[in-house]
Design a binder for this molecule. Structure first.
Ligand code: SF4
Length: 437
């Protein structure tokens, strides 16, 4: 989401005639688009802000320093107090103010923004910033915010309630990126399968649209604009309808890989997390998806060390992982976020125990990833050719439908097209193939 929003902001700059500076010393404006979902991301953003604030103090009094994104929204006053060199703080719903900031920077003046003004979130028209390494893939946001209030998560507080994007604008952006050579899109949202748009759509008699109906529309649209693969991120297991599974199964344009964040395998922890499903319902969902879409792979997020988590709870998580065998997982341990319910939960787990549990989860995941990838050696896969290998100019970097990397010898002219490979070996988590078929 952050990448998509950064691309949209970069586009606003380009449309006004701005271009990328060669280095930070020569920049007239620095915008740091922050994320507050994880504490580590926030710490990193603070490091960058300190760096540019220091730079501005030392050399460049005329540098305009803008801090955007949800961390900016959360810590607005604190940020300005700590770094008076920061010129503007712009939350996710205040992006409409960005042209005003740019205009002031162009004129060498300072814009007066009403920080108390209640801004409403609106989607940018395009989130595609054509760069070498992302030229054939693009994000297309379809919704923003979240109503789920998982007890550990800051998103509903900083990004607000769910807003679904007008389907006509979604299709327009899809056509736009398809015409510019994009071959794969990822539909984005904090909780994509809660998509719930109210309003008339063309010939449709209904006055609302859910995620499954939107997917059907998108499947029709991409047939006309050269996009062969559609993914989505992130789907909440608790909101995954059977109709969505049917549409995914009917339409081969949806990649046979789904990211489904389980977070934990213990019902008591899932309840404390307020996830809205149990381990059994998650297992049933995966079973339904697998029987509707043979060969589909599932990846996940796993959060260990939640307050009150017992040895038995972590065993349940390891058992669930054994049962499902995720292709990969984003694994992390609980970090209390001030402002969330879980911040005040008793029975916090010590850092040592959290790290030890996380290491067991990581070790099991590594085992499963290697096992699943090794099983695919010898299979023939369609790949999207994305670029040249950094290690060998005669080799191409490609990506499979299941979102894995594969390296194969081949000519530069093939970049941006689909090809086929037969997987011959696995090096780390990257496939190797001998030739482009
Ligand atoms: Fe956060 Fe839960 Fe919403 Fe995901 S579903 S964004 S974890 S509140």
């Amino acid at each position: 989401m952050n990448s998509a929003e950064s691309a949209a902001l970069a586009l606003v700059c380009k449309e006004r005639g701005w271009s990328e500076a060669e280095n930070s010393e020569s920049a007239d404006l620095v915008l740091i688009n922050t994320c507050s979902v994880r504490l580590t991301a926030e710490r990193r953003a603070f490091g960058r802000i300190a760096h540019y604030a220091g730079l501005k103090k030392k050399y460049k009094n005329n540098l305009t320093l803008v801090i955007a994104g949800c961390m900016a929204q959360r810590l607005e006053k604190k940020l300005i107090e700590k770094y008076p060199q920061v010129d503007y703080v712009m939350g996710t719903s205040a992006r409409s103010l960005f042209p005003v900031i740019l205009e002031a920077a162009e004129n060498g003046t300072k814009a007066i923004l009403d920080i108390n003004e209640k801004t409403v979130f609106s989607f940018s028209d395009s989130h595609f910033d054509k760069k070498q390494d992302t030229a054939f893939r693009s994000f297309v946001p379809i919704m923003h915010g979240c109503n789920n209030f998982c007890s550990y998560c800051i998103v509903p507080y900083v990004r607000g309630r769910e807003v679904s994007r007008d389907p006509q604008n979604i299709l327009k952006e899809i056509r736009h990126v398809g015409e510019r050579g994009v071959r794969e899109i990822t539909l984005l949202g904090q909780n994509v399968n809660s998509y719930d748009w109210h309003g008339q759509f063309q010939t449709d008699n209904s006055d609302k649209m859910d995620f499954s109906t939107l997917l059907k529309l998108i499947a029709q649209e991409v047939k006309n604009c050269g996009i062969n693969w559609v993914r989505f991120l992130s789907a909440n297991p608790g909101n995954f309808s059977s109709r969505t599974i049917e549409v995914l199964a009917e339409e081969s344009v949806f990649c046979r890989h789904i990211h489904l964040p389980v977070q934990h395998g213990s019902d008591s922890v899932l309840k404390m997390m307020n996830r809205g499903y149990t381990a059994q319902t998650f297992l049933k969902l995966v079973k339904d998806i697998r029987s509707a879409m043979p060969g589909v792979t599932i990846s996940t997020d796993i959060l260990v060390g939640f307050p009150g988590e017992t040895e038995e709870d972590i065993e349940k998580t390891l058992n669930l992982m054994e049962e499902i065998k995720f292709l990969y997982s984003f694994m992390y341990h609980f970090n209390p976020r001030e402002g969330t319910k879980a911040f005040d939960f008793p029975n916090r787990i010590s850092d040592d125990v959290k790290k030890e549990r996380l290491s067991r989860v990581i070790a099991l995941q590594k085992k499963h990833t290697t096992l699943l990838l090794k099983n695919r050696i010898g299979s023939t896969e369609v790949v999207l050719i994305e670029g040249i290998s950094k290690k060998n100019a005669d080799e191409l970097i490609t990506r499979t439908e299941k979102d894995e990397m594969a390296v194969v010898p081949g000519p530069k002219s093939k970049i941006g097209s689909f090809g086929k490979i037969t997987i011959s070996a696995l090096k780390g988590n990257t496939f190797r193939a001998n030739e482009l078929l």
